[in-house]
Design a binder for this molecule. Structure first.
Ligand code: SME
Length: 153
């Protein structure tokens, strides 16, 4: 697993004050997608102002039509209300799922907390069936903590 090796690179990107926050988030998405073979689409969604919906802010991979997701809809919308990680080993087994690409087999969504509030999430789609482990969850929780530090600054 390249997770420990990737951490310094992600910290460097997020702490680079010469880049806008959106640019830093896009670079984090790219680094994750390029270095972890089963991460085929990586994106950050955030709560859209005072609306009960998520808005896509940065991503790496194929563009998606689902740039706005109402709370409660799909895996992402469910995480917006549950405040819990959602690991989906097989997307076909989910009723409340929004398909972005026919190639996607599995998905993981980890909420992003700022001052204890669920303000967004990282979403990963995989073309590999059942690829995610507890290590992915812990790593993505770490990524989100680092992003929250930048957003708070
Ligand atoms: N599959 C997600 C929608 C977002 S795409 O994966 C980019 C969901 O069910 O919420």
């Amino acid at each position: 697993m390249p997770f420990q090796k990737l951490k310094p690179e992600i910290k460097t990107i997020l702490e680079d004050e010469n880049l806008s926050i959106d640019h830093r988030l896009s670079q984090v998405c790219e680094v994750l997608k390029e270095n972890i073979p089963y991460y085929d689409w990586v994106g950050f969604y955030f709560k859209n102002g005072d609306k009960d919906e998520l808005k896509l802010r940065s991503f790496a991979g194929e563009p998606t039509d689902h740039t706005i997701i109402p709370f409660g809809k799909g895996i992402c919308g469910q995480v917006a209300v549950s405040n819990k990680n959602f690991v989906v080993p097989d997307v076909k087994a989910q009723n409340n799922y929004i398909a972005c690409s026919i190639h996607v087999k599995a998905e993981i969504v980890v909420p992003l907390f700022l001052k204890g509030e669920n303000i967004g999430q990282i979403d990963i789609d995989s073309h590999t069936p059942d690829p995610f482990s507890r290590e992915d969850e812990e790593f993505l929780e770490w990524v989100n903590e680092k992003v929250a530090e930048v957003l708070k600054a």
